[in-house]
Design a protein around this ligand. Structure first.
Ligand code: CA
Length: 528
């Protein structure tokens, strides 16, 4: 063999021997996505064919929970695999310590190409957590739905014309198409939808007129069984302001008096504004007619608000679902589907009208649960339903494990791979810890008049401790899935309470949780 042929032969052999076969990871993430608005989940009220595709071709997790159901703490828990007290992000105002251990940096160091595109939201921009990042900026890290500004490490700030969900997908696709194909990738596409103030994409604005969306059975919860301060929190649908329900002056009214233009319309181009007016002006005319006729009093008004709220929510989800489809299609076209772990989740669930609320924060199931769908051909059987208790702190170890990397002892979560075969290993956790700190105290209740709390949930029961009040709630989820009957003082449940209190103490010990919880001083209280 000639010398140059030998060289080429060796190159070919080494290329095939050392080709990086580690899986890619595409982590799709949204903000405030309620499980009842994903088709694949039980009791769903809408269709999401593309999200459902992940579940159908992979697994749906029925008992996936977060550790602290609010935006920034959830994001930090996922990056670090740790409970809030250990990563420092106890509330939305906590400052992000970017020097701490995060899974994405480890994957980068191990040869992955890593990127995060979309909503970051932590107070403190990324540095080297991801090799490439382009994050929504402005509005305390929330960014805008229309013509948002992005900030990146390499390019600085730039405004992009269009709709947030579409742009994040465009940028994610560009990154995938231009990546170094010799390396496996980790790409996080973090969408802003369906966070308040919900504005759908131009192609989804016209949907759902003339249909009634199902109400949750607990819409008119009377709170009779709960601790008294629970009903006093400020998160009711009733209190939603007209602006965030897309009730605003009509085009004709704004032409007469431009000063009335709300900020969200000012952010749109003239063409985008016209589409908004075409969709919302007729709805808002009807709203004013009903209001004037006195037809929106009491329960009727509540029901009307729910419909306005949930329809915008679903319009936003429809845009998300369509864009998830674009990303899945690209994986197919590029031959990447087989060796890519696709994960869909959200920073928390959301109360979409349950107990009359439109919020998160609580340890009640609707916000405590997070959607979790995973597809990984050959590793996860199609149409798997996994009912083990899992938490968002398990994602970091799962990604490390997928990349063949060890999970450091300091990480609280556990890799989900042992669940992929369909059985729950006997040593899997039997209960989970929840903490919520971003509230006030009885003396100063904070922006949502929200009590701090913590608790433990096992397969059947949930015990919640409102420690500033030394007050408790206990729910038997098998008999009372909607959590309407607090059993804490029921003599029949004394043994359960006693056992769960011991378990709560044990979990606090396990995770080295300070007691009483000591909070890092918050810089500033922020909404969301
Ligand atoms: Ca959120």
């Amino acid at each position: 063999m000639k010398k140059n042929h030998l060289f080429l032969f060796c190159l070919l052999i080494s290329g095939s021997l050392f080709a990086d076969e580690r899986p890619n990871i595409l982590f799709l993430f949204s903000d405030d996505h309620a499980l009842r608005t994903i088709g694949a989940y039980e009791g769903s009220i809408n269709q999401t064919p593309n999200l459902d595709r992940i579940a159908k071709e992979g697994a749906i997790f029925d008992r996936s929970f977060n550790v602290n159901s609010i935006c920034c703490p959830s994001r930090a828990a996922i990056l670090t695999g740790k409970h809030s007290h250990a990563n420092g992000i106890t509330g939305n105002g906590s400052a992000w310590d970017g020097e701490q251990w995060v899974y994405s940096r480890e994957l980068g160091k191990a040869g992955y190409q890593t990127g995060l595109i979309g909503k970051w939201h932590l107070k403190g921009n990324p540095t080297d957590e991801f090799q490439h990042w382009e994050i929504l900026s402005g509005k305390s890290g929330q960014g805008s739905y229309y013509n948002p500004e992005f900030l990146s490490g390499s390019k600085g700030a730039s405004k992009v014309e269009g709709y947030s969900t579409n742009i994040i997908t465009d940028k994610a696709l560009d990154w995938l198409k231009n990546r170094d194909t010799k390396k496996p990738f980790l790409l996080c596409a973090n969408f802003k939808v369906p966070h308040i103030h919900r504005i759908p994409s131009p192609t989804k604005m016209g949907e759902y007129d003339g249909v009634e969306i199902a109400e949750p059975t607990t819409l008119f919860d009377d709170f009779s069984s709960r601790q008294p301060f629970v009903k006093d929190t400020w998160m009711g649908l009733k209190g939603m302001k007209e602006g965030v329900l897309n009730i605003a002056p009509s085009k004709a009214e704004l032409e007469k008096n431009a000063q009335l233009t709300p900020k969200f319309l000012k952010e749109m181009t003239a063409a985008q504004r016209n589409i908004w007016h075409d969709a919302y002006d007729p709805r808002n005319r009807e709203y004013r007619r009903l209001k004037k006729a006195g037809l929106l009093e009491g329960q009727a008004g509540f029901r009307y608000t729910y419909q306005r709220f949930i329809k915008d929510y679903l319009r936003c989800i429809d845009g998300l679902d369509e864009n998830v489809g674009r990303l899945l299609d690209y994986l197919d076209e590029a031959g990447l589907s087989k060796n890519t772990l696709v994960v869909y989740s959200s920073d928390q669930g959301f109360l979409t009208g349950e107990h009359g609320w439109a919020e998160k924060r609580w340890m009640y199931e609707e916000s405590f649960r997070s959607p979790l769908l995973m597809r990984w051909p050959g590793k996860i059987k199609a149409e798997s339903r996994i009912s083990a208790l899992v938490q968002n702190i398990d994602l970091a170890p799962t990604f490390l494990n997928a990349a063949g990397l060890p999970v450091p002892d300091e990480v609280h979560g556990r890799a989900l791979q042992p669940l992929f075969a369909g059985e729950i290993p006997t040593d899997w956790r039997k209960d989970i810890l929840y903490t919520y700190y971003d509230g006030g105290t009885p003396a100063a209740r904070g922006s949502y008049n929200m009590p701090r709390h913590m608790g433990v949930r096992d397969e059947r029961y949930k015990l919640i401790h409102y420690y500033d009040y030394d007050a408790w709630e206990l729910y038997d989820l098998k008999k009372d899935a909607r959590e309407l009957s607090n059993r804490y003082k029921d003599p029949a449940y004394q043994e359960v309470s006693k056992r769960l209190k011991l378990r709560l103490d044990a979990l606090k010990d396990q995770y080295d949780l300070p007691d009483p919880p000591e909070l890092k001083k918050k810089k500033k209280k922020r909404k969301h």
